[in-house]
Design a binder for this molecule. Sequence first.
Ligand code: ASP
Length: 682
Amino acid sequence: MLRILPKIRYNGIRHYSKLPPKVSTLAKFDFPLATHTVQSINSDLDNYLNKQQTKITLNGHINRKSRIRPTLGFGFLRDTNGDEIQLLATPDHTNSSIFELMKKLTVEDSVSVTGFIQQKESKSDGNDTQAVELELVVEDFQILNSSNLEAAQLDKLKHNDPSQIPPQFRYLQLRTPYYQKALRLRSQTAQLVRETFIKNHGFTEIETPLLFKSTPEGAREFLVPTRAFNKFYALPQSPQQYKQILMSSGFTRYFQIAKCFRDEDLRSDRQPEFTQIDLEMSYINNSDQVGVVVEDIIHNVWNKVAKKPTYKVNKNGYLEEINHDQPNKLQFEKLNYIDALTKYGIDKPDLRSNLSFTSLESYFTAQENKDFPVLEICILKQAFDPATTKKFKIPKTFTDDHNFPSRRPYVWAVNGPQDVTSWYKKLLDANIISTTSSFDESKLLAELNLEPGDVFAVSTRSKFPYENPTPLGKFRQLAVQEYPHRWQRPIVTEDGSLIDDYNYNDMVVGSWVVNFPLFNPIEIKSDEDKDSKYPQYDYTKYESTHHPFTMAKIEDYELLESDPLKVRGEHYDLVINGVEVGGGSRRIHDPALQQYIFEEILKISNFQDLFGHLLKALSMGCPPHAGLALGFDRLCAMLIGSSSIRDTIAFPKNQSGVDPVVESPTGVSEKALNEYYITTKQ
Ligand code: ASP
């Protein structure tokens, strides 16, 4: 083995005006392959321990320099699985060139080491249940590429909190066990998804183009200029139109793990490019048939990758583990949009919590805004102990305006008996609410049953809520975060007993949200009322709640003409633990109906230019079809228990849409712009 001493370390890349020296450079290309991994040694210890004749080669990075035996100054190797082993120099090395090399090592050098395995001398207290700690006695050693000072300076972060390593060094971050595990799990999940589609359900994987056409599908798109005058591609927001055209192409079961692009606000945990598990099926007459395939994927990935069971909410409102004895039946509960909004204030409720709302419509009418007359309440039962707390201080999270998209609810604590009634008296005195003709105080008090120790929030909503989440919906989310492990929905076991002290984070609770309105009124955002706490809508103009290709519920067909806002869509969202994991729908395969929606309801005057290709494909015998897409990045984040999709994406963009590793996007030369007929203006 050729041994080359590393050069003096420096930041950045050393500049050579000549060809770098042959011997030292080529030595980096000549090295032995690994014979083992730390894991393979550990799983067959008897075979390796103290057997000098069994030569072992491990390749990897120097994870840390060892301070245990400074005289033999060595370190720990992190192998290609991310597992660590101590490297030991022996006194025989002391005068050798290997030892010189060892002394010059720094963290994150990439090395190849050969030697034999021995058990580490243990300072142990004789407890023999302790795992055997191993070290590799190094006989041969080679630096394959030395790292630089920057990597060494970041070493502390690597061991303490790798997420704090500056994002331009993403590759150093990715070398650490957490990120290694995250990306390997992502790969494993992708493989399982493919297997489930192909083996269990006979799907065909088909790629659709990334250079697509500019057509409105909801979000702002990325345009791609071409060298033809005023001709642009657009990157697809989803493969929606291509997959529908595939249904007209004789493929009855399509899937793809697809890249999608949306030029959207990146403040929340979103990425401009992201990945969907996309599917479409034809000749099916019920959306549940899509749901069954999707659930098979969901149960499989959680059971096999995360090793966790999945749960549904049963008829009695308890969490019940899903058993898989009816593979052709939907398992997760279906929840109507309107019920989700009125009970939980959001279309993606976290059903691990059993907090829900009570409408006070029969007692009060809210007066602040005529379009938002409904008063509702959410009670946090026994949020504090009145025996030990004289005057409860409302948590800041409930009173911070920034936590609420529009207005924030009124929040009170019941410190004593007077607080049971004082809240509505105050609201009545301030003319914020009025009583209804059916107001009955004793009935109200009995229904709410407020007691000292309770905290409650009161807010308003419109009769049919388009606001999503409502102020109370947001309050519920905050309450779940503020008081973990409180008000959990009990699990019912097979023998009927109830458990409610489980770990919230271990639970996987899914549901299908259905019966969304097919259209929403368009929200008016004028400068004048930009500070208004109530959204304003133009109820004569409509936009699709999801996308314009969703079919109406058959029962609501005539309403398309008479009252479009009353039409419910054949759309279904899959919600797990309060996260919208995916959504899909039955599609309109009738071209005349699709054209009517574009032209008469959505008033898209140039629909032929935008969607003519789809109408044409539908008009050539396209069969009935339905499909769905799951957010793959989010799914993987949930599987590793992370709240950020960035943890499962190798090279995520930052919140300004910049890739910090390659520093894109960049400007291009005037000449290049000219080729695309682009002129720039400040
Ligand atoms: N294309 C849709 C989306 O991206 C999903 C679907 O309807 O299949 O949300």
